[in-house]
Design a protein. Structure first.
Length: 322
């Protein structure tokens, strides 16, 4: 067993070009996996293998035994030797693959990943950046209440933070239309100030703006100063805008001290078409978000051409979840 320096990144299908841009020239690929011997801030990936090791083995049992010695939870990422890999996987403790309800308190046990380079060599990491198997999480969807599926990325972000609004907590939902995030927050019992330049879609207005605890302000959220809103428990933003404008607005909120918990989507400009090689991405502003102390910057499984910034206040000592 040989420890490998650096990190192994599982690419997001369709966004390999963004990962390559972040990695620069120093990387090699194994199927969907990109190995870099250095550790630099990289965000355009589905999962990062934090402690990669190379393991040489003689038999299926040897391979499974080596993995079990490193950790309990393992998820495969095969690009070759699928049959042999499946036999190794069958010797490991099974992981439940099912849609999760929300709220769902994510277990804090590490999630591992492995792949085969050849019939007798594998790369594995007992600890990955994503706690979800292969970076994938599916929820039990509500197909009637919310006006779109955008609430799923909010659920994923809150599950990752292992924290979400409690009943009665005051939230701001910037760029609320058509109302999916407001819907999800209201279902948690939160008090929501939904802000958007356009009113909520009249077709879903009775379902969203009339939900318990929801008030609506027709306004450009970015022209509202923190003092105009006052003390918040949570600030949520899914506004389509240039990333630097979002950063400048968030800076004002952080400086005000009026909010401790944030979930914001950093949307890239240009085409979201995976086949459009001309699409552009801002690589600098997300790094500025990531440098804010206490931040997590990720590409969620439910994200598209966007990243999500999560900044939450830690729980008091002895408290581990909502």
């Amino acid at each position: 067993m040989t420890q490998l320096p650096g990190r192994l990144y599982q690419a997001i299908p369709g966004f390999e070009d963004h990962l390559v841009k972040e990695l620069g020239a120093s990387y090699e690929t194994w199927g969907p996996l990109f190995y870099s011997p250095s550790i630099e801030p990289v965000f355009w990936h589905q999962n990062s293998w934090l402690d990669p090791v190379k393991i040489e083995f003689n038999s299926i049992n040897d391979a499974a035994s080596a993995l079990r010695s490193l950790g309990r939870n393992w998820w495969p990422c095969f690009y070759s030797h699928f049959r042999r890999g499946s036999l190794i996987q069958s010797k490991l403790p099974p992981l439940p693959v099912k849609r999760r309800p929300f709220p769902w308190l994510l277990p804090d046990t590490p999630m591992g990943a492995f792949t085969l380079l050849d019939a007798n060599t594998m790369i594995a990491s007992a600890n990955c950046s994503s706690p979800f198997p292969g970076g994938i999480i599916e929820f039990e969807e509500d197909k009637e209440g919310p006006p779109s599926r955008a609430y799923l990325k909010l659920w994923e972000a809150l599950a990752l933070s292992r924290k979400w609004p409690k009943a009665g907590e005051r939230c701001l939902d910037a760029g609320a239309s058509p109302g999916s995030w407001t819907w999800a927050l209201s279902k948690l019992g939160a008090e929501i100030i939904a802000v958007d330049r356009a009113p909520l879609d009249p077709k879903i207005d009775p379902k969203i703006s009339c939900m318990k605890g929801v008030s609506f302000i027709k306004h450009d959220a970015f022209t509202l100063k923190p003092g105009d809103i006052g003390k918040l428990d949570w600030l949520f933003c899914d506004v389509i805008c240039y990333p630097p404008r979002l950063y400048d607005w968030i800076e004002k909120w952080l400086a005000s001290g009026l909010c401790n918990n944030f979930v914001c989507t950093i949307k890239m400009q240009g085409s979201a078409d995976l086949a459009d090689i001309s699409r552009e991405a801002d690589f600098e502003t997300p790094r500025r978000f990531a440098e804010i102390p206490g931040s997590k910057l990720v590409h969620l499984w439910h994200n598209k051409h966007e990243l999500t910034w999560i900044h939450t206040k830690p729980f008091p000592p002895g408290q581990c979840g909502p």
